[in-house]
Ligand binder design. Structure first.
Ligand SMILES: [Zn+2]
Length: 166
């Protein structure tokens, strides 16, 4: 079966930066996406379009094609009092309340510095500014189920059953 619109694509991957340093891989985790759903990088989908299980490839994505350039305006300082005594730690990530995200989508903020008075938040993607090399192996291609299409993600055996309210 060839990968096309609404295919469930299950794959192995690793990501390296421009120095060949391994940033992440799926290891033994099941990972996959719904082809054409726009939930993964366009360059990634394009590389796998019409391919089949067993296909392996290496794709290199520039910052423009991957997670963008580092943006200084996404580094902000917030008074620690704004966190109302919440337990904070370095590299902790959180998403602003709905409505505060701009039209570019939801921003995940990471605590990059933790002072006594102020907290520095970095809204850049951890891979911003990086040219990324993806090694990909397509493991399985099947048709996404109606439920998966509705959720916008794949379900794997052993996953906790879940519902989405929206
Ligand atoms: Zn789901």
């Amino acid at each position: 079966m060839k990968i096309s619109h609404n295919s469930a694509v299950i794959f192995n991957y690793s990501i390296k930066d421009e120095h060949g340093t391994l940033l992440e891989s799926n290891a033994n985790e099941h990972v996959g996406y719904i082809h054409g759903s726009g939930t993964t990088l366009p360059g990634f989908e394009a590389a796998l379009d019409q391919k089949e299980a067993g296909y392996t490839t290496t794709i290199v994505l520039s910052p423009e094609e991957a997670f963008g350039h580092h943006d200084e305006s996404l580094i902000i300082q917030v008074p620690i009092d704004d966190f109302h005594g919440q337990d904070l730690s370095l590299n902790m990530e959180f998403v602003m309340d709905e409505g505060e995200a701009d039209e570019a989508g939801t921003i995940v903020w990471r605590i990059s510095e933790l002072g006594d008075e102020t907290v520095t938040l970095d809204g850049n993607h951890p891979y911003a500014g990086k040219t990324l090399t993806f090694d990909i192996e397509v493991k399985e291609v099947r048709t996404a189920t109606d439920e998966e299409l509705e959720h916008g993600h794949l379900h794997f055996e052993g996953d906790e059953h879940h519902h989405h309210d929206n």
